[in-house]
Structures are given as C-alpha cells and as structure tokens.
Design a binder for this molecule. Sequence first.
Ligand code: ZN
Length: 117
Amino acid sequence: MRDRYPEFFSSAPLRDIACLPGWLDLIDELCGTLKTYLKAHPEVPQVRARQVKEKFGELRFYYSGGDAVCRELVARAEERSMSICEVCGQAGTLGGEHWLSVRCLDHFNWSPSGDCA
Ligand SMILES: [Zn+2]
C-alpha cells in the first residue's frame, strides 16, 4: 500500500494497515479515488495519511491536507468498513463480545495474532 501510494503514506507510521487485511481493498479504492480527485484538482492540498487503524470496529483514516470532498470520500469509506469483515473482506456485521469489530460468520471468533493485537 505504501509502495502504491507513496504520496499518501510516505510520512506515516503505518504498520497498522497490515493488520486489517479485509479492508485493504476498501483502503485501496479510497486512495485510488483520492488520487484521481487530487490530480484533477491540483489546488487542493496533498492528502497525507497519518494513521490508518480500527477504532470501535470502524476504519479510521487520519490524514492531513485535502478538502471537503476528500473528507466526504474518507467518511464514506469509514462508513462502508462497518459492513466489511476486517479479516477477509466479505460482508460482515459489527459485533463481538469482548471487543467491537466487524466480522463475517467465518471469522466471528477469530483473534488477531500477537503482533497486530
Ligand atoms: Zn471474514
């Protein structure tokens, strides 16, 4: 992800992204859309991701730069993350007994391995 979108991720400590494999497509799509938009609107400040992580089961994409349109695009992606299994990318629901996270039926009880917990 960092290699594909160096303009977004060059300055960010982003190991967190690797912990959310099911959301990579969503993040990829978001970055692609942002990139296209920024290219068409060179006057808009470059978007730079500062942190991408899960918070209360929802994708959080923290960044600087951008404008109202970028905010809208990010908000839409964050909203969509609430119905995408964070493990595999299938349709999922927000739930879980011990923590809030979005999981499909296959991964309902799946636990992240040490590094990513
Ligand atoms: Zn899943």
